[in-house]
Design a protein around this ligand. Structure first.
Ligand SMILES: Cc1cc2nc3c(=O)[nH]c(=O)nc-3n(C[C@H](O)[C@H](O)[C@H](O)COP(=O)(O)O)c2cc1C
Ligand SMILES: [Fe+2]
Ligand SMILES: [Fe+2]
Length: 396
Protein backbone atom coordinates (compact mmCIF):
# COMPACT_ATOMS: atom_id res chain seq x y z
CA UNK A 1 0.00 0.00 0.00
CA UNK A 2 1.51 3.32 -1.08
CA UNK A 3 1.15 6.60 0.86
CA UNK A 4 -2.40 7.93 0.87
CA UNK A 5 -3.66 11.50 1.25
CA UNK A 6 -5.86 12.32 4.26
CA UNK A 7 -5.84 15.98 3.23
CA UNK A 8 -3.70 17.96 0.77
CA UNK A 9 -0.78 17.94 3.20
CA UNK A 10 -1.45 15.10 5.62
CA UNK A 11 -0.53 11.60 4.51
CA UNK A 12 -0.92 8.04 5.74
CA UNK A 13 2.55 6.58 5.28
CA UNK A 14 1.91 3.35 7.19
CA UNK A 15 2.86 -0.25 6.51
CA UNK A 16 1.07 -3.59 6.60
CA UNK A 17 2.58 -6.46 8.57
CA UNK A 18 1.68 -9.90 7.25
CA UNK A 19 4.70 -11.71 8.66
CA UNK A 20 4.02 -11.42 12.39
CA UNK A 21 2.00 -14.49 13.37
CA UNK A 22 1.39 -13.53 16.99
CA UNK A 23 0.94 -9.85 17.80
CA UNK A 24 2.71 -9.04 21.09
CA UNK A 25 3.93 -12.64 20.83
CA UNK A 26 0.44 -13.69 21.95
CA UNK A 27 -2.45 -12.76 19.72
CA UNK A 28 -3.10 -14.62 16.49
CA UNK A 29 -3.00 -12.37 13.43
CA UNK A 30 -1.74 -14.98 11.01
CA UNK A 31 -4.78 -14.69 8.73
CA UNK A 32 -5.61 -11.03 9.28
CA UNK A 33 -2.28 -9.23 9.68
CA UNK A 34 -2.06 -5.75 11.15
CA UNK A 35 -1.23 -2.28 9.92
CA UNK A 36 1.09 0.14 11.66
CA UNK A 37 -0.32 3.48 10.59
CA UNK A 38 2.12 6.37 10.62
CA UNK A 39 1.29 9.80 9.37
CA UNK A 40 3.14 12.74 7.87
CA UNK A 41 2.01 16.35 8.18
CA UNK A 42 3.77 18.59 5.67
CA UNK A 43 4.11 22.12 6.97
CA UNK A 44 6.77 24.68 7.95
CA UNK A 45 7.62 22.21 10.69
CA UNK A 46 6.90 18.89 9.03
CA UNK A 47 5.93 16.21 11.48
CA UNK A 48 5.71 12.45 11.67
CA UNK A 49 3.18 10.79 13.92
CA UNK A 50 4.10 7.31 15.20
CA UNK A 51 6.31 4.80 13.39
CA UNK A 52 6.15 1.00 13.16
CA UNK A 53 7.65 -2.27 14.32
CA UNK A 54 11.36 -2.53 13.46
CA UNK A 55 10.88 -5.33 10.91
CA UNK A 56 8.89 -2.96 8.68
CA UNK A 57 11.19 0.04 9.18
CA UNK A 58 12.75 -0.13 5.74
CA UNK A 59 9.40 0.20 4.00
CA UNK A 60 8.34 3.03 6.30
CA UNK A 61 11.54 4.93 5.47
CA UNK A 62 10.76 4.44 1.76
CA UNK A 63 7.29 5.89 2.32
CA UNK A 64 8.75 8.87 4.16
CA UNK A 65 11.31 9.53 1.42
CA UNK A 66 8.58 9.18 -1.17
CA UNK A 67 6.81 12.21 0.33
CA UNK A 68 9.53 14.40 1.89
CA UNK A 69 13.25 15.01 2.09
CA UNK A 70 14.00 13.54 5.56
CA UNK A 71 16.25 16.51 6.38
CA UNK A 72 13.09 18.64 6.29
CA UNK A 73 11.42 16.70 9.12
CA UNK A 74 11.08 18.80 12.26
CA UNK A 75 9.11 16.71 14.77
CA UNK A 76 8.31 13.08 15.50
CA UNK A 77 5.31 12.65 17.79
CA UNK A 78 5.43 9.46 19.85
CA UNK A 79 1.90 8.81 21.02
CA UNK A 80 2.92 5.46 22.50
CA UNK A 81 6.24 3.76 23.13
CA UNK A 82 5.26 0.13 22.50
CA UNK A 83 7.72 -1.18 19.90
CA UNK A 84 4.98 -1.77 17.33
CA UNK A 85 5.04 2.05 16.98
CA UNK A 86 8.51 3.06 18.14
CA UNK A 87 10.52 0.09 16.82
CA UNK A 88 11.76 1.89 13.69
CA UNK A 89 13.05 4.94 15.56
CA UNK A 90 16.77 4.18 15.20
CA UNK A 91 16.27 3.70 11.45
CA UNK A 92 14.50 7.07 11.32
CA UNK A 93 17.24 8.83 13.29
CA UNK A 94 19.79 7.65 10.73
CA UNK A 95 18.03 9.59 7.97
CA UNK A 96 16.67 12.45 10.11
CA UNK A 97 19.14 13.03 13.00
CA UNK A 98 17.89 16.61 13.39
CA UNK A 99 14.35 15.58 14.34
CA UNK A 100 12.87 16.63 17.71
CA UNK A 101 10.92 13.89 19.45
CA UNK A 102 7.70 14.95 21.17
CA UNK A 103 6.11 12.83 23.89
CA UNK A 104 4.98 12.75 27.49
CA UNK A 105 7.37 12.90 30.46
CA UNK A 106 7.12 9.12 30.79
CA UNK A 107 7.91 8.76 27.10
CA UNK A 108 11.15 10.62 27.70
CA UNK A 109 12.14 8.03 30.35
CA UNK A 110 11.09 5.16 28.08
CA UNK A 111 13.06 6.54 25.11
CA UNK A 112 16.16 6.20 27.23
CA UNK A 113 15.20 2.77 28.60
CA UNK A 114 14.27 1.26 25.22
CA UNK A 115 16.73 2.97 22.88
CA UNK A 116 19.23 4.96 24.97
CA UNK A 117 17.84 8.14 23.39
CA UNK A 118 18.40 11.26 25.53
CA UNK A 119 18.89 14.07 23.03
CA UNK A 120 16.38 16.08 20.99
CA UNK A 121 13.48 15.05 23.21
CA UNK A 122 10.83 17.63 24.08
CA UNK A 123 8.25 16.82 26.73
CA UNK A 124 4.70 17.97 26.05
CA UNK A 125 1.94 18.16 28.66
CA UNK A 126 -1.78 17.49 28.65
CA UNK A 127 -3.68 20.15 26.70
CA UNK A 128 -0.52 21.74 25.28
CA UNK A 129 -0.59 22.92 21.66
CA UNK A 130 2.25 23.26 19.20
CA UNK A 131 2.01 25.17 15.93
CA UNK A 132 3.59 23.57 12.89
CA UNK A 133 2.73 26.57 10.67
CA UNK A 134 -0.65 26.03 9.06
CA UNK A 135 -1.48 23.14 11.40
CA UNK A 136 -1.69 23.07 15.18
CA UNK A 137 -1.26 19.93 17.24
CA UNK A 138 -3.16 19.61 20.50
CA UNK A 139 -1.89 16.89 22.83
CA UNK A 140 -4.12 14.87 25.13
CA UNK A 141 -2.77 12.79 27.94
CA UNK A 142 -4.54 9.39 27.73
CA UNK A 143 -2.66 7.18 30.18
CA UNK A 144 -3.26 3.40 29.93
CA UNK A 145 -4.70 3.56 26.44
CA UNK A 146 -2.52 1.49 26.22
CA UNK A 147 0.52 2.20 28.44
CA UNK A 148 1.09 4.82 31.17
CA UNK A 149 2.94 7.18 28.83
CA UNK A 150 0.32 7.17 26.08
CA UNK A 151 -1.03 10.36 24.54
CA UNK A 152 -3.30 11.15 21.62
CA UNK A 153 -2.66 13.97 19.17
CA UNK A 154 -5.43 16.13 17.74
CA UNK A 155 -4.78 18.11 14.57
CA UNK A 156 -7.03 21.16 14.90
CA UNK A 157 -7.34 22.49 11.35
CA UNK A 158 -8.89 19.34 9.89
CA UNK A 159 -10.16 17.79 13.12
CA UNK A 160 -8.05 14.65 12.82
CA UNK A 161 -7.52 12.60 15.96
CA UNK A 162 -4.32 10.54 15.85
CA UNK A 163 -5.37 8.09 18.53
CA UNK A 164 -2.68 5.39 18.28
CA UNK A 165 -3.90 2.12 19.90
CA UNK A 166 -7.22 3.64 20.99
CA UNK A 167 -9.94 3.01 18.35
CA UNK A 168 -7.60 0.67 16.50
CA UNK A 169 -8.13 -2.81 15.11
CA UNK A 170 -6.40 -5.81 13.51
CA UNK A 171 -6.45 -6.47 9.80
CA UNK A 172 -4.15 -5.18 7.09
CA UNK A 173 -5.37 -2.33 4.92
CA UNK A 174 -5.74 -3.58 1.39
CA UNK A 175 -7.65 -1.63 -1.20
CA UNK A 176 -8.21 1.47 0.89
CA UNK A 177 -7.38 2.80 4.34
CA UNK A 178 -10.77 4.53 4.75
CA UNK A 179 -14.01 3.34 6.36
CA UNK A 180 -16.13 4.54 3.43
CA UNK A 181 -14.19 2.53 0.86
CA UNK A 182 -14.54 -0.95 2.36
CA UNK A 183 -16.54 -3.79 0.81
CA UNK A 184 -16.83 -5.46 4.20
CA UNK A 185 -16.80 -2.89 6.98
CA UNK A 186 -18.21 -5.49 9.41
CA UNK A 187 -14.98 -7.44 9.09
CA UNK A 188 -12.98 -4.45 10.34
CA UNK A 189 -15.50 -3.79 13.12
CA UNK A 190 -15.11 -7.38 14.26
CA UNK A 191 -11.32 -7.13 14.07
CA UNK A 192 -11.52 -3.92 16.11
CA UNK A 193 -13.50 -5.79 18.78
CA UNK A 194 -10.99 -8.64 18.71
CA UNK A 195 -8.15 -6.13 19.09
CA UNK A 196 -10.06 -4.34 21.87
CA UNK A 197 -10.69 -7.57 23.78
CA UNK A 198 -7.08 -8.74 23.39
CA UNK A 199 -5.22 -5.50 24.04
CA UNK A 200 -7.38 -2.72 25.46
CA UNK A 201 -10.35 -4.09 27.43
CA UNK A 202 -8.44 -4.34 30.71
CA UNK A 203 -8.16 -0.56 30.45
CA UNK A 204 -11.82 0.19 29.82
CA UNK A 205 -11.95 2.98 32.39
CA UNK A 206 -9.01 4.83 30.83
CA UNK A 207 -10.73 4.43 27.43
CA UNK A 208 -13.89 6.07 28.79
CA UNK A 209 -11.81 8.87 30.31
CA UNK A 210 -10.08 9.43 26.99
CA UNK A 211 -13.45 9.43 25.21
CA UNK A 212 -14.68 12.14 27.59
CA UNK A 213 -11.64 14.25 26.83
CA UNK A 214 -12.23 13.87 23.11
CA UNK A 215 -15.93 14.76 23.19
CA UNK A 216 -15.58 18.58 23.08
CA UNK A 217 -13.04 18.47 20.25
CA UNK A 218 -15.20 18.16 17.14
CA UNK A 219 -13.36 15.17 15.76
CA UNK A 220 -13.88 14.85 12.00
CA UNK A 221 -11.56 11.93 11.37
CA UNK A 222 -10.22 9.19 13.64
CA UNK A 223 -6.80 8.05 12.49
CA UNK A 224 -5.54 5.28 14.80
CA UNK A 225 -2.19 3.56 14.44
CA UNK A 226 -3.78 0.17 13.65
CA UNK A 227 -6.62 -0.51 11.24
CA UNK A 228 -9.00 1.75 9.38
CA UNK A 229 -9.01 5.54 9.21
CA UNK A 230 -12.57 6.61 9.99
CA UNK A 231 -13.33 9.70 7.92
CA UNK A 232 -16.96 9.13 6.87
CA UNK A 233 -18.23 8.01 10.26
CA UNK A 234 -15.63 8.77 12.96
CA UNK A 235 -18.34 8.60 15.60
CA UNK A 236 -18.93 4.93 14.79
CA UNK A 237 -15.56 3.75 16.06
CA UNK A 238 -15.64 6.18 19.00
CA UNK A 239 -19.08 4.87 20.00
CA UNK A 240 -18.08 1.24 19.55
CA UNK A 241 -15.08 1.66 21.85
CA UNK A 242 -17.29 3.44 24.40
CA UNK A 243 -19.93 0.69 24.15
CA UNK A 244 -17.34 -2.10 24.55
CA UNK A 245 -15.67 -0.33 27.47
CA UNK A 246 -19.00 0.02 29.22
CA UNK A 247 -19.35 -3.79 29.29
CA UNK A 248 -16.69 -3.89 32.03
CA UNK A 249 -17.61 -4.77 35.59
CA UNK A 250 -20.73 -6.86 34.90
CA UNK A 251 -22.46 -4.88 32.15
CA UNK A 252 -21.96 -7.23 29.22
CA UNK A 253 -24.94 -8.02 26.95
CA UNK A 254 -27.34 -10.84 27.73
CA UNK A 255 -25.47 -13.47 25.81
CA UNK A 256 -23.82 -16.73 26.77
CA UNK A 257 -20.32 -17.82 25.87
CA UNK A 258 -20.20 -21.61 25.79
CA UNK A 259 -16.61 -22.66 26.41
CA UNK A 260 -15.88 -26.34 25.93
CA UNK A 261 -12.82 -28.53 25.89
CA UNK A 262 -12.41 -32.27 25.91
CA UNK A 263 -9.65 -34.87 25.61
CA UNK A 264 -11.70 -37.81 24.29
CA UNK A 265 -15.00 -36.13 23.55
CA UNK A 266 -16.71 -37.48 26.69
CA UNK A 267 -17.50 -34.09 28.26
CA UNK A 268 -18.33 -32.74 24.81
CA UNK A 269 -21.23 -35.22 24.49
CA UNK A 270 -23.30 -33.04 26.84
CA UNK A 271 -23.06 -29.95 24.61
CA UNK A 272 -26.45 -30.61 22.92
CA UNK A 273 -28.11 -30.62 26.37
CA UNK A 274 -26.45 -27.29 27.21
CA UNK A 275 -27.61 -25.83 23.90
CA UNK A 276 -31.09 -27.19 24.44
CA UNK A 277 -31.25 -25.51 27.84
CA UNK A 278 -30.07 -22.17 26.48
CA UNK A 279 -32.42 -22.31 23.49
CA UNK A 280 -35.42 -22.72 25.78
CA UNK A 281 -34.87 -19.13 26.91
CA UNK A 282 -33.89 -17.94 23.43
CA UNK A 283 -30.72 -16.31 24.68
CA UNK A 284 -28.05 -15.83 21.99
CA UNK A 285 -24.89 -17.83 22.51
CA UNK A 286 -21.62 -18.56 20.83
CA UNK A 287 -19.63 -21.71 21.28
CA UNK A 288 -15.85 -22.30 21.33
CA UNK A 289 -13.69 -25.40 21.53
CA UNK A 290 -10.94 -23.98 23.73
CA UNK A 291 -8.48 -26.64 22.60
CA UNK A 292 -8.85 -25.74 18.95
CA UNK A 293 -9.57 -22.02 19.02
CA UNK A 294 -6.88 -19.47 19.63
CA UNK A 295 -7.58 -17.41 22.74
CA UNK A 296 -7.58 -14.20 20.68
CA UNK A 297 -10.85 -15.34 19.02
CA UNK A 298 -12.47 -16.46 22.28
CA UNK A 299 -11.93 -13.24 24.24
CA UNK A 300 -14.19 -10.99 22.10
CA UNK A 301 -17.15 -13.34 22.64
CA UNK A 302 -16.38 -13.70 26.34
CA UNK A 303 -16.20 -9.92 26.71
CA UNK A 304 -19.59 -9.57 25.02
CA UNK A 305 -21.31 -12.19 27.21
CA UNK A 306 -22.81 -11.81 30.66
CA UNK A 307 -23.10 -15.59 31.05
CA UNK A 308 -20.55 -18.38 30.68
CA UNK A 309 -20.84 -22.15 30.43
CA UNK A 310 -17.61 -23.95 31.29
CA UNK A 311 -17.69 -27.49 29.95
CA UNK A 312 -14.47 -29.48 30.40
CA UNK A 313 -13.14 -32.49 32.29
CA UNK A 314 -10.88 -32.96 35.27
CA UNK A 315 -7.24 -33.23 34.30
CA UNK A 316 -4.59 -34.30 36.81
CA UNK A 317 -6.50 -33.05 39.82
CA UNK A 318 -7.43 -29.77 38.19
CA UNK A 319 -9.41 -28.43 35.25
CA UNK A 320 -8.53 -29.29 31.65
CA UNK A 321 -5.48 -27.02 31.06
CA UNK A 322 -6.72 -25.25 27.91
CA UNK A 323 -9.79 -24.20 29.89
CA UNK A 324 -7.69 -23.08 32.87
CA UNK A 325 -5.73 -20.92 30.44
CA UNK A 326 -8.89 -19.25 29.09
CA UNK A 327 -10.15 -18.52 32.60
CA UNK A 328 -6.75 -17.16 33.63
CA UNK A 329 -6.69 -14.91 30.57
CA UNK A 330 -10.20 -13.75 31.45
CA UNK A 331 -8.73 -12.55 34.74
CA UNK A 332 -5.76 -10.85 33.08
CA UNK A 333 -8.19 -9.04 30.80
CA UNK A 334 -10.46 -8.15 33.75
CA UNK A 335 -13.52 -9.97 32.43
CA UNK A 336 -15.07 -9.96 35.87
CA UNK A 337 -18.63 -10.12 37.23
CA UNK A 338 -20.32 -12.72 35.07
CA UNK A 339 -22.72 -15.57 35.78
CA UNK A 340 -21.41 -19.07 35.14
CA UNK A 341 -22.09 -22.79 35.40
CA UNK A 342 -19.64 -25.69 35.28
CA UNK A 343 -20.23 -29.09 33.70
CA UNK A 344 -17.67 -31.79 33.09
CA UNK A 345 -16.57 -35.38 33.34
CA UNK A 346 -14.07 -37.00 35.71
CA UNK A 347 -12.58 -40.48 35.88
CA UNK A 348 -11.98 -41.11 39.57
CA UNK A 349 -11.41 -38.48 42.30
CA UNK A 350 -12.33 -35.36 40.23
CA UNK A 351 -10.65 -32.04 41.02
CA UNK A 352 -11.83 -29.59 38.33
CA UNK A 353 -14.06 -27.87 40.88
CA UNK A 354 -11.05 -26.85 42.96
CA UNK A 355 -9.90 -24.64 40.12
CA UNK A 356 -13.42 -23.53 39.19
CA UNK A 357 -14.17 -22.43 42.76
CA UNK A 358 -10.88 -20.59 43.14
CA UNK A 359 -11.11 -18.89 39.74
CA UNK A 360 -14.77 -17.88 40.18
CA UNK A 361 -13.68 -16.01 43.25
CA UNK A 362 -10.76 -14.37 41.47
CA UNK A 363 -13.06 -13.30 38.62
CA UNK A 364 -15.98 -12.48 40.89
CA UNK A 365 -18.13 -14.77 38.72
CA UNK A 366 -21.37 -15.94 40.28
CA UNK A 367 -21.27 -19.74 39.97
CA UNK A 368 -24.93 -20.69 39.69
CA UNK A 369 -24.38 -24.42 39.72
CA UNK A 370 -22.33 -27.40 38.59
CA UNK A 371 -22.92 -30.81 37.10
CA UNK A 372 -20.03 -33.21 37.43
CA UNK A 373 -20.43 -36.77 36.20
CA UNK A 374 -18.34 -39.91 36.53
CA UNK A 375 -17.09 -40.49 32.97
CA UNK A 376 -20.37 -40.80 31.04
CA UNK A 377 -23.26 -38.45 31.67
CA UNK A 378 -26.37 -40.48 32.54
CA UNK A 379 -29.86 -39.39 31.47
CA UNK A 380 -30.37 -37.70 34.86
CA UNK A 381 -27.07 -35.81 34.40
CA UNK A 382 -28.23 -34.59 30.99
CA UNK A 383 -31.50 -33.41 32.48
CA UNK A 384 -29.63 -31.55 35.20
CA UNK A 385 -27.28 -29.98 32.65
CA UNK A 386 -30.16 -28.81 30.51
CA UNK A 387 -31.94 -27.36 33.54
CA UNK A 388 -28.75 -25.63 34.76
CA UNK A 389 -28.23 -24.07 31.34
CA UNK A 390 -31.80 -22.78 31.39
CA UNK A 391 -31.21 -21.35 34.89
CA UNK A 392 -28.11 -19.55 33.64
CA UNK A 393 -29.93 -18.12 30.62
CA UNK A 394 -32.89 -17.00 32.76
CA UNK A 395 -30.60 -15.32 35.29
CA UNK A 396 -29.25 -12.86 32.72
C1 LIG B 1 -4.18 -37.00 31.14
C2 LIG B 1 -5.42 -37.26 31.94
C3 LIG B 1 -5.46 -36.88 33.27
C4 LIG B 1 -6.59 -37.12 34.05
N1 LIG B 1 -6.61 -36.74 35.35
C5 LIG B 1 -7.70 -37.02 36.14
C6 LIG B 1 -7.72 -36.69 37.52
O1 LIG B 1 -6.77 -36.15 38.07
N2 LIG B 1 -8.83 -36.96 38.24
C7 LIG B 1 -9.92 -37.56 37.66
O2 LIG B 1 -10.90 -37.76 38.34
N3 LIG B 1 -9.92 -37.90 36.37
C8 LIG B 1 -8.83 -37.65 35.60
N4 LIG B 1 -8.82 -38.00 34.28
C9 LIG B 1 -9.98 -38.70 33.71
C10 LIG B 1 -10.86 -37.79 32.85
O3 LIG B 1 -11.32 -36.67 33.60
C11 LIG B 1 -12.04 -38.59 32.34
O4 LIG B 1 -11.56 -39.68 31.56
C12 LIG B 1 -13.00 -37.80 31.50
O5 LIG B 1 -14.09 -38.59 31.15
C13 LIG B 1 -12.38 -37.25 30.24
O6 LIG B 1 -13.31 -36.47 29.57
P1 LIG B 1 -13.04 -35.83 28.16
O7 LIG B 1 -13.09 -36.93 27.13
O8 LIG B 1 -14.12 -34.84 28.00
O9 LIG B 1 -11.70 -35.20 28.20
C14 LIG B 1 -7.69 -37.78 33.49
C15 LIG B 1 -7.64 -38.17 32.14
C16 LIG B 1 -6.52 -37.92 31.38
C17 LIG B 1 -6.49 -38.38 29.94
FE1 LIG C 1 0.14 -0.68 22.55
FE1 LIG D 1 -0.10 -0.67 19.01
Amino acid sequence: MNPVKLTDDIFWIGVNDTSTKLFEGLWSIEKEGISYNSYLIKDEKSTLIDLCKDIKGELLIEHIKDRIDPSQLHYLVINHMEPDHSGAIMQLLEIAPQITILGSAKTREMLEAFFGIREHVQVITDGETISLGAHTLHFLSTPMVHWPETIMTFEEKNGILFSCDGFGGYGVLEKSIFDDEQDDLDYYVHEALRYFSNIVCAFSKPVLKAAEKITPLNVKMVAPSHGLVWRADPQRILNLYIQWSEYAGGHAPKRVCLLHGSMYGISARVIPSIEQGLKKVGIPFSSFDVGETHISYILPALWESAGVVICAPTYEGGLFPSMEFVLEMADKKRMSDKKAIYVGSYGWGGGAMRFINKQSEVLNWDLLGKAEFNVQALPEDLEKIEALSTTLARSL
